[in-house]
Design a protein around this ligand. Structure first.
Ligand code: ATP
Ligand code: MG
Length: 275
């Protein structure tokens, strides 16, 4: 990949909101490269699976946006190396990465709606909807980044966000194990109290996580960290009570099942709401 490849990817990335397909004249106009040079680069980009060609023009693929974002992050020395994948879920791929000072960072690349997108692709065999799919992932990354930034100054334990580019977030790492993977806790009551206290802090600041369960909590000694905020809802939204009840229910069921701690759901909801 060279400078001109990235210039062309940049035109695609910058036009995501407005156009699904780009043609040679448009690409030439925005990149200041000749049409013949662009044609040469487009061939490479298609071959690498970064963009695709159809009879109505060229369109950016997920891998193309991934590569473009990684280039931005490395130019800014935010991420200069990527290590093992530490999480893969319905919504994102999470990697351990390094910055230019060899410090650990976390890179979360959103992949929301991956399976439904694959179905669309399979059915129509074109890249229908790639842009709207990418835009959905960009919006979701933005939402999580904004919420984490907003929650950052609270005394609670949520991941510290560092940077967002398109559909990717860079965060500080949290060293710990998923609550779901832990067999024994010395003081499970204390861990439960800390979860409730962090939920209370988020609630006071206006948010309910909305996907709280043992997979989205990391535990390090007796400290807990609540991850995964893109689906958070505001406490004043119409479904806030339903979402809060579900979150609390997930947690008390887990502690009952695994540590035989029984807590009353409405008692915890009242604590979180400060009643
Ligand atoms: N800041 C972080 N520090 C350390 N590990 C992290 C961090 N953020 C995410 N992870 C790891 O990556 C996993 C997935 O992250 P997250 O829950 O944010 O994404 P997700 O798309 O919801 O994944 P899933 O659908 O599996 O829940 C986490 O369970 C955790 O193991
Ligand atoms: Mg998760």
């Amino acid at each position: 990949m060279n400078k001109s490849d990235f210039k062309i990817l940049k035109v695609f990335a910058s036009s995501l909101k407005n156009r699904q397909f780009l043609n040679l004249p448009t690409l030439s106009q925005y990149s200041n490269l000749s049409q013949s040079l662009i044609e040469h680069h487009l061939k490479r980009l298609v071959k690498f699976g970064l963009i695709s060609k159809s009879n109505i023009g060229y369109t950016l693929l997920v891998t193309g946006l991934d590569i473009y974002v990684l280039k931005i992050l490395s130019n800014k020395n935010i991420i200069t190396a990527i290590g093992p994948q530490i999480g893969i879920g319905k919504e994102a791929e999470v990697y351990l990465a390094h910055d230019s000072l060899q410090q650990d960072k976390i890179l979360k690349m959103f992949r929301l709606g991956r399976s439904s997108f694959k179905q669309i692709k399979r059915k129509r065999d074109v890249n229908a909807g790639t842009n709207s799919w990418l835009l959905l992932n960009i919006e979701t990354a933005k939402k999580e980044y904004d919420i984490l930034t907003y929650l950052k100054d609270s005394s609670a334990s949520f991941p510290s966000p560092l940077y967002r580019s398109f559909h990717c977030i860079v965060m500080e790492p949290i060293y710990g194990s998923r609550l779901s993977d832990i067999e024994n806790l010395d003081y499970p009551e204390l861990v439960l109290e800390k979860i409730i206290s962090n939920m209370t802090i988020a609630y006071r600041k206006g948010y309910i996580n909305g996907d709280l369960n043992e997979y989205n909590i990391l535990v390090n000694d007796d400290n807990i960290f609540i991850l995964d905020w893109p689906q958070a809802v505001r406490v004043d939204s119409t479904n806030a009570d339903v979402v809060l009840t579900r979150d609390v229910n997930n947690i008390i069921k887990f502690f009952s099942r695994k540590f035989e701690i029984e807590r009353e759901i409405y008692n915890i909801i009242n604590i979180i709401k400060g009643k």
